[in-house]
Design a protein around this ligand. Structure first.
Ligand SMILES: [Zn+2]
Length: 432
């Protein structure tokens, strides 16, 4: 038995309770309210920390008696809840990641005085019926506990990207992040990516996305793998709660402002050049690579030509791929998520597979190209994609861009930083 505890505005907790005797499992199910049907839900499914702690006190004795560490772990988590915290407990086998997201949003909605049952109902039933009635949704995200996608047994495992197999070709189970680590994913891993592919993608297409967002990652206080704050082009800044600003620069920076300079009251315009040029086509490839890393194995045959394109073995003629839709001004998310929409029917008027990646303040929506037999030709896929976008996001304004361009481009972002009368440029090494 596996149980997931969902809490608003926080990581979920997941625990496998193995080696429980049947009567203890029955006892657990009867004393804790563990939901087992995503389509049956109500207000009473939400439990408070106070209610749960009373039950946990009794379970704690069972855990001691059986020396069951997994059960102790659950009790410990429950005891750490605040009395007014509200959670739901789910039977892990019955709930998809999307169901967990629905509960997460419902609990968050309750904190904002919405009816959580209505929020849950909207996400489970109304939204799919209205906005993507002909697609199934698969949802992937770092939910706070480790998830491993693909075959757990190394001797049976095949790399999704190069078809090689054999236990020696795969690294540690945490080597290959299904969505890149630098976007904030620390818990979702794809087991079926070999060491060679992992290295190659890291050096090429993932590096393209990483350098594309280098400055933003730095400005959002993200840290390097060694826990050091990232910097970009020798400077960084942080906005303070009182509306003020702290601006940091390294001693050697060739930037407009130097350490000790006063920041002009009318603000300054900074031109953020990336260190390395970026190929937009590589970014499209890495977006689709995340889809391939996440989907269940039975979908992989549809993507065999797509994978060749991701590997750089297939070159579309210029402009032959559908555009990529993006919005860069959403509320910030700490952890990335990937929704994959898979068409249920055979009609090609909508794309077979659409990916929706959210990270930081960005939303990218893109069609997975080269799904031969399931889609119209790549060069005609723009229209089905546009139809899907209008249906799925009727009220959203996107930037629509051609990501089928192999030219190296220096990306320059112009950022206006507001003035502040007392702000002085501080040395970069004082950045925490
Ligand atoms: Zn491989």
């Amino acid at each position: 038995m596996e149980v997931i505890i969902v809490k608003a505005n926080s990581d979920c907790f997941r625990k496998c309770l193995s080696n429980l005797t049947n009567d203890v499992e029955d006892r657990l199910r009867s004393s804790l309210r563990i939901l087992s049907n995503p389509f049956s839900f109500g207000y009473s499914d939400i439990q408070t920390g106070y209610q749960l702690k009373a039950i946990a006190a009794k379970l704690s004795a069972d855990a001691e008696m059986m020396a069951c560490n997994a059960l102790k772990g659950v009790v410990q988590y429950i005891n750490a809840l605040g009395d007014t915290d509200e959670v739901v407990l789910l039977d892990a086998e019955r709930y998809s990641n999307y169901d967990i997201l629905c509960w997460n949003n419902a609990l968050r909605g309750k904190l904002e005085h919405h009816n959580p049952v209505e929020v849950y109902h909207y996400m489970q039933i109304d939204l799919p019926q209205k906005c993507f009635p002909r697609h199934n949704i698969l949802f992937f995200a770092d939910l706070g506990y480790e998830q491993y996608l693909g075959e757990p047994d190394k001797s049976k495992r095949v790399c999704r990207f190069c078809n090689s197999q054999g236990p020696g070709i795969f690294g540690d189970k945490k080597d290959s992040h299904a969505i890149s680590w630098f976007l904030g994913n620390d818990a979702l891993f794809c087991l079926e990516e070999c060491k060679t592919c992992n290295n190659t993608f890291g050096r090429t297409i993932e590096n393209a996305l990483s350098s594309y967002y280098q400055y933003y990652r730095a400005a959002e206080r993200r840290k390097s793998r060694k826990g050091k704050p990232l910097t970009a082009r020798g400077f960084n800044y942080e906005m303070l709660a009182d509306g003020g600003l702290r601006y940091y620069a390294s001693a050697s920076t060739d930037n407009i402002l130097k350490v000790g300079d006063r920041i002009p009251e009318d603000g300054i315009l900074i031109h953020l050049n990336n260190k390395e040029p970026v190929v937009l086509h590589d970014i499209y490839r890495v977006l689709v690579k995340y889809v391939v890393a996440c989907v269940p194995n039975e979908m992989l045959p549809a993507f065999q030509t797509t994978i060749k394109w991701i590997r750089g073995e297939k070159h579309p003629s210029k402009g032959a791929l559908p555009p990529v839709y993006r919005v860069e001004t959403l509320d910030e998310v700490q952890k990335p998520s990937l929704c994959i929409y898979v068409r249920k029917d055979d009609k090609k008027d909508l794309p077979y597979c659409v990916g929706e990646l959210r990270f930081m303040e960005n939303l990218y929506v893109f069609a997975v190209p080269y799904c031969k037999g399931r889609d119209v030709m790549n060069s005609c896929l723009a229209e089905p994609l546009s139809r899907f976008i209008m249906q799925r996001y009727p009220d959203m304004t996107f930037t629509v861009e051609n990501f089928c361009d192999d030219e190296e481009k220096m990306i320059v972002n112009h950022v206006k930083i507001g003035g502040n009368e007392n702000a002085v440029v501080m040395p970069l090494h004082s950045l925490q």
